[in-house]
Structures are given as structure tokens and as C-alpha cells.
Design a protein around this ligand. Sequence first.
Ligand code: GYE
Length: 304
Amino acid sequence: EEEAASEEGGDEKLVIGFSQVGAESEWRTANTKSIQNAITDAGHELKFSDAQQKQENQIKAIRSFITQKVDAIVFSPVVETGFETVLQEAKDAGIPIFLADRAVDVEDDSLWATFLGSDFVEEGRKAGNWLVEEMKDVEGPVNIVELQGTVGSAPANDRKEGFEEVVSADDKFKIIKSQTGDFTRAKGKEVMEAFLKSEGDNIDVLYAHNDDMAIGAIQAIEEYGLKPGEDIIIIGVDAVKGAFEAMADGKMNVTIECNPLFGPQLVDLIEAHFAGETLDKRIAVEESMYTMDQAEELLPTRQY
Ligand code: GYE
């Protein structure tokens, strides 16, 4: 048997397959590095697969990890639904799944060992609460356009839900347009151009589900002849360096932190699992929120 020698605790060298979403954002690049480095720094062997934001690629990657008899699989699902079959195959093969960053929507929670990631609903609420406070003296209507993340992904679903929950309490807030920008700069720019074309000066606020789309949109707004950060309030999520740069330039107002640097924490959890510990089903990463006036001071200290 090749079973984990639990008396040896964390000393065992594991083969870990990592099915990553893609390379769609600054956040993702930082996350990939953090997890890859943590796995190899701990002396484990890494098999890496980039799904290029496609579910079918992830299903293939997981099947290939199962065939290769890896010890564990780290999985960041591009969308929430449709993974039951392949997760069941991993379970049948006795390979534990560690959900990293994004959740799956499956009924049987024995299909994964633990989920380590952020509370995306809470991030959406933070964005909404910031806006409510910022607009407290404005009579309204406050016209909001929303750039959603990848359709069907946990962060897109949850960031929408949390934000709506807060702003819907006051009917001066109107979400006049909402469309996906797939978490990329290019798509964020393209969709913002379309929003501006149909709504123009009517737009008061942009809520983008990540900073990369906000940064793409900022470009579209400038090309349209408006001032991002002034004529249109810009709210992003992630707190990547690019957002701090935009805020330091006065072009973006706030970013909600979503910390991608949880590689070491993830590897600790994997090792704990192989040492026989029972893990909580959901483990949260701690994070904050940063505004324009803090950007210049904090920029040099940002790690991603
Ligand atoms: O916010 C976005 C990335 O799943 C939390 O995915 C992650 C999101 C992140 O593309 O930038």
C-alpha cells in the first residue's frame, strides 16, 4: 500500500495535481504562483493544468490526474455546477479534492475534503455598503452599471448577490445594466464601451466584480471623454496592484480585498489531512477594503 504514513506527519512527499481556472486576471496569476510555490517549497511534486477558463478542460485535467494516481487534487472550479461526475470519480479512486478559491454547487459535500477561499457574498456587501455611505447625501437616482465575472462562477454569483442585497434596500440605487466581462481587462473594456454607447452620461457608478475589468473599463471611460473616479465612481474587487495604481492616479475609488496568497495555508491543510486530521468544510481567507486616499501609501507594500 502507498497509503500516507500518518506517524510521519508532514514529512511524506505527495504528488499533487492542481487544476487552475486560467490566467484571466492579476489575481489569478498571483494565486497560481502562490499555490505552485507552496507545493514545491514544501517538497511535494506538482502537476499543473491551466483550464483557460473552460470547464471541459478542467474535467479532462482531473480525469488525467486520477489516471496518473496523484495523492491529492487542488481544484479551483471555473463554474459552480456540473462537476458531480468527475468529483465522484476522484472519490471512488480515493483521491481527496481540495477546493481552492472557488466553490462548487454539489449536494454531496463528501465529494471534497475542504474548501479554502474567500467569502464572495461578503465582498459584494462591502462594495454595496461603501457605495451607500459614499452616496448618503445624494438624492438619486444613482445609476449603476455592473460588470459581472465569468457566468456561473462562484465569485460572479456571490459578488452580485451581496451587492444587490445591500443596494436594493434603498430604491434610489438602480442597476441599469449588468453584463459579464469574464474577469478580463479586454472584455471589461469592450462591455463598458457598449454601456457608454447606450447609457452615456447617465452612468454614475461602475461596480466591477474584479479590478482587471474595472481597469479595462477605466480606459473605455477615458476614451469616451469622461473622468473615471469623478464622473463615474469606480468600485472593484481583488485589491491588485493595478487597482492601487489607478486609485493613486485618482481614477478608481475603492477596491475590496480578495487575497490570492493562500498557497502556504492550503499546503498546511493538505498535509494536515494526510496526517489524519479532520478539516472544517469551509475555511475563510481574511481580507479588508482600501480607498483612494490610502493608495499611495500602501502601494509599495502590496504583495500582489
Ligand atoms: O476575483 C478574479 C479572478 O475566483 C476570486 O477570479 C477569484 C476571482 C478573482 O479572475 O480576478
